[in-house]
Design a protein around this ligand. Structure first.
Ligand SMILES: [Zn+2]
Length: 197
């Protein structure tokens, strides 16, 4: 019915979050029908992004610059570092424009169940940042899940000797709720009313 190139495109798109095989087929059909105005520009944009995107060596964010635009922005307070699990959480906080400090992206959480230990997440560079003397406060904004909480406690133990102030997002972040699903006002409020650990 369709050639292997199209079949492969459907299979790849179906791996994206929120897209199953059915929506992937619909998306591919839409692309094929709009070859010049959609398919070709998308192919070029994907190619350019694949070449340019890199992981920031300072904070773990994804960007086309190294260090990333946030780490390189002199208007941001480098003394404040907000620790998040994933780039999606960073994007959520940036949407609300409530945070004027910098970030550290862990790229996951500790998980005994999944066998994910401290060496498997972006933690070593956070410890080095905290010990550099340039950071005053580290805000632990991991999710309110069991793994997120465990990770926050582990990090606070690891960073305690550095002497930085450690805080946690205030109530308002629902238990088990991921940052990305919160509305901007709730996030801004949770950041403003952060409390010491
Ligand atoms: Zn960065």
């Amino acid at each position: 019915m369709i050639g292997p190139e199209v079949e492969r495109l459907i299979q790849l798109l179906a791996k994206l979050p929120g897209l199953g095989p059915r929506s992937a087929r619909r998306a591919v059909l839409a692309l094929l029908k709009r070859r010049e105005s959609l398919l070709e520009p998308l192919a070029r944009a994907l190619d350019e992004a694949a070449r340019a995107v890199t992981t920031c060596s300072v904070c773990g964010n994804l960007d086309t610059r190294e260090p990333c635009a946030i780490c390189a922005d002199p208007r941001r307070d480098g003394g404040l570092v907000c620790v998040v699990e994933d780039v999606a959480d960073l994007w959520a906080l940036e949407r609300g424009a409530a945070w004027r400090g910098r970030y550290h992206v862990l790229g996951g959480t500790l998980s005994a169940l999944d066998g994910i230990g401290p060496e498997d997440i972006n933690l070593g560079s956070l410890v080095r940042r905290a010990e550099s003397g340039q950071v005053r406060e580290v805000i632990l904004a991991t999710n309110a899940t069991v793994d997120g909480q465990t990770t926050a406690h582990y990090i606070s133990d690891r960073l305690a000797p550095s002497g930085v102030t450690l805080t946690r997002l205030a109530h308002g972040v629902p238990v088990g709720g991921e940052l990305d699903y919160l509305d901007d006002g709730t996030l801004a409020q949770a950041l403003k009313a952060r409390r010491p650990l």
